[in-house]
Design a protein. Structure first.
Length: 376
């Protein structure tokens, strides 16, 4: 998020065709802090300034592009769909678009940022970084791949688990008028809707320093938003396809969370040596890969998560899944507890946001048991 030039970039996680994350960067409002810090901090904020400037300076008006006969027909159709999705978000989901997504930026590359996530080799507790306004976050974003990999590589050499995630979507959470980017505009319409609903949910509510809460909240809003959008605009076949995709997502997340649970128990075991834990860790990861293979076979030999499993898996990479999905069932339960009324749901979440972090998470999770005890 930015005041003057301080940015929190946001990207929606989706596993087709690759994993996506929110990203944080910083800009000139924080330069006073950088002057009191080392060169690495100055360099980091400098690349954030340059990256955000590129996005803003390349923006083009979507209505003008639609009216321009030189605009390619496929791009024009996508831009028209985006305006419809944006209007649906405002009218039906009560999300605040402001002036966002009325412009288009072509960055001439396939990703906008690269996120770095770090964790100890025998812990699922992520490393965090502090950013002005945003607070602490469990990831650090770069507008170019090389410095991201260099930063992650320095931790990997020390034995830490490091993961670099390429990100196609980006938002400043309302501090600037964010454009649609070429890095994701060619995705299916349901994915575009999910991105826009997710980012506008961040504009409606954002809690500094609580990544898991913020991302699960936006994920839950986006999922419900896409469901309502499809029911209002799509064919029954499109709705069925989306539900099938969501079911696959849930199965994928389930095996990830089960593996994380096994790893948490392993790391907490005081009777094993670190060497034994590291060996058992690799066994658990191998079992996770085997479970994905079983899922893939049940899906007819095709999996949208092949890319995710094709690369090394470690604590840092597993944490990127839990940040987006660990609390989503609780938000879904809270929505049901409010009868599906979005304004009541938003109000209840706003009250939770006022609580201290630990109490906030406990109260949110309590809705799971509350709803499970309700008669069908």
């Amino acid at each position: 998020m930015v005041k003057f030039l301080l940015i929190a970039a946001s990207s929606r996680r989706r596993f087709r065709p690759a994993a996506r994350r929110r990203c944080l960067g910083g800009l000139a409002c924080a330069l006073l802090a950088t002057l009191l810090s080392g060169c690495q901090t100055v360099s980091y904020y400098g690349q954030a300034i340059a990256g955000e400037s590129e996005i803003l300076l390349r923006r083009q008006s979507i209505p003008k592009l639609i009216a321009d006969p030189k605009t390619p027909a496929p791009l024009k159709a996508k831009l028209q769909t985006i305006l419809q999705i944006r209007q649906f978000a405002a009218d039906q989901l009560h999300l605040p678009p402001g002036q966002s997504y009325l412009k288009y930026t072509d960055l001439h590359r396939s990703c906008v940022v690269w996120n770095v996530t770090i964790a100890p080799p025998l812990s699922l507790e992520p490393m965090t970084w502090w950013f002005p306004v945003v607070g602490r976050a469990g990831y650090r974003g770069y507008f170019h791949e090389q410095p991201a990999r260099r930063y992650a590589g320095a931790f990997a050499k020390k034995g830490w688990d490091a993961y670099v995630d390429s990100v196609p979507t980006y938002s400043t959470l309302g501090w600037f008028d964010d454009p649609i980017l070429n890095t994701f505009i060619d995705e299916p319409d349901t994915y575009l809707a999910e991105i826009i609903f997710h980012e506008l949910a961040h504009r409606r509510l954002f809690v500094p320093g609580d990544t898991d809460f913020n991302e699960a909240w936006a994920t839950a809003v986006a999922s419900e938003g896409v469901r309502r959008w499809l029911l209002a605009t799509a064919s029954p076949q499109d709705v069925d396809r989306y539900r099938a995709d969501v079911a696959k997502d849930h199965q994928f997340v389930d095996i990830i969370m089960a593996a994380r649970g096994q790893l948490q128990d392993l790391y907490a075991n005081t009777n094993l040596s670190d060497t034994a834990k590291l060996s058992r860790k690799q066994d658990i990861i191998a079992q996770l890969r085997a479970k994905h293979s079983e899922l893939k076979a049940s899906w007819g030999g095709q999996s949208p998560y092949d890319g995710w499993f094709a690369e090394p898996i470690n604590n840092a990479k597993l944490n990127t899944i839990s940040a987006y999905y660990d609390l989503v069932p609780a938000f879904d339960a809270l929505l049901r507890a409010n009868g599906g009324d979005l304004e009541k749901f938003y109000g209840a979440v706003a009250q939770l946001a006022k609580l201290p972090l630990a109490q906030r998470h406990r109260q949110l999770q309590s809705y799971l048991s509350h709803v499970s005890q309700q008669p069908p």
